[in-house]
Design a binder for this molecule. Structure first.
Ligand SMILES: [Mn+2]
Length: 293
């Protein structure tokens, strides 16, 4: 990729090796969400989904002993991210609800982290009991940020307000009120410094954490040495294998009902980050398939 216009006209996810399936035959429905309004530092998340789709054509179909794409991949049209925040969130919610109605797995590509409220509302409206596991450098638990309650920095607070159980992995930047909320509430966390020192415990999630999981993976949870293409990078993040270990750990004995990978802000010429984000998406699919077989 040499300039941002190269992110236009994206192919379907992984479509070089794996021909797209019709929606009714695809286990995974990929929903691009090119949303960028509340970014507080570096911009570019609007191009995130397209960069992931372009990079996905470079992936191997075979990964760690299997071909998860055989479960069927359908890439939906991108969600229209113009207009008011509430309108955008409503569109993300209905795009997700449609996939759930089909009995399929929504995999959303971002786009800024604020979008995660959309699928969470859709799943909650279906009456499914579930918890959310968040991989992130930031707690995203501010009540408002720069006057905006729907900022990417507030998304987990909005989800907390919906009474959805939360577990955070890889956090290393938060404000004092966010830290106080975590310790005075039942929000679970395994911060990056603990993972660095002691690794993952045998069971990361508490025993009473819900069986159904939504996974939200903010790419800034990864270390900026492998993921510089994000708006608010923080040192001391997860390595690739720590991220995979964390995913395997939380998914063990549980059922993933949806996921998103958010906050990729692709930088022209820095295609490693785009590829890593695409591989992360495919690896999440791989773990879902392996877990359910
Ligand atoms: Mn985030």
């Amino acid at each position: 990729m040499s300039n941002p216009s190269d992110y236009a006209n994206p192919p379907a996810f992984h479509s070089d090796d794996l021909p797209p399936s019709p929606p009714s035959e695809a286990a995974f429905h990929i929903i691009p969400v090119p949303w960028e309004t509340s970014v507080s530092y570096g911009g570019g998340t609007a191009n995130g989904p397209n960069a992931i789709l372009h990079a996905s054509t470079q992936l191997e179909a075979y990964i760690d002993g299997g071909i998860p794409g055989k479960a069927g991949l359908h890439t939906a049209p991108p969600v229209n991210c113009e207009g008011e925040t509430t309108e955008i969130l409503a569109r993300i919610r209905s795009a997700t609800a449609e996939v759930l109605q089909f009995g399929k797995l929504p995999i959303l590509l971002g786009g800024e982290h604020a979008m995660t409220l959309g699928p969470i509302q859709a799943i909650k409206e279906k009456g499914i009991s579930f918890g959310i596991v968040q991989f992130d450098a930031h707690a995203d638990l501010r009540d408002t940020y720069q006057g905006d309650p729907h900022s990417h920095a507030c998304v987990m607070k909005r989800i907390f307000d919906l009474d959805i159980p939360i577990f955070q992995i890889g956090v290393r930047a938060l404000s004092e009120p966010e830290a106080e909320l975590r310790s005075s509430s039942n929000i679970g966390f395994l911060d990056a410094n603990t993972i660095d020192r002691s690794g993952f415990p045998k069971n990361t999630l508490p025993e009473d954490f819900p069986e159904n999981l939504f996974i939200t993976f903010d790419v800034d949870g990864l270390d900026p040495s492998i993921m510089p293409s994000t708006g608010t990078p923080e040192p001391g993040g997860l390595s690739w294998y720590q991220a995979l270990e964390g995913l395997e750990n939380v998914m063990r004995d549980r059922t993933v009902i949806g996921a998103d990978v958010v906050e990729l802000a692709p930088k022209p010429g820095m295609h490693a980050s785009d590829f890593i984000a695409a591989k992360l998406v495919y690896k999440i699919m791989d773990l879902i398939v392996k877990n359910s077989s």
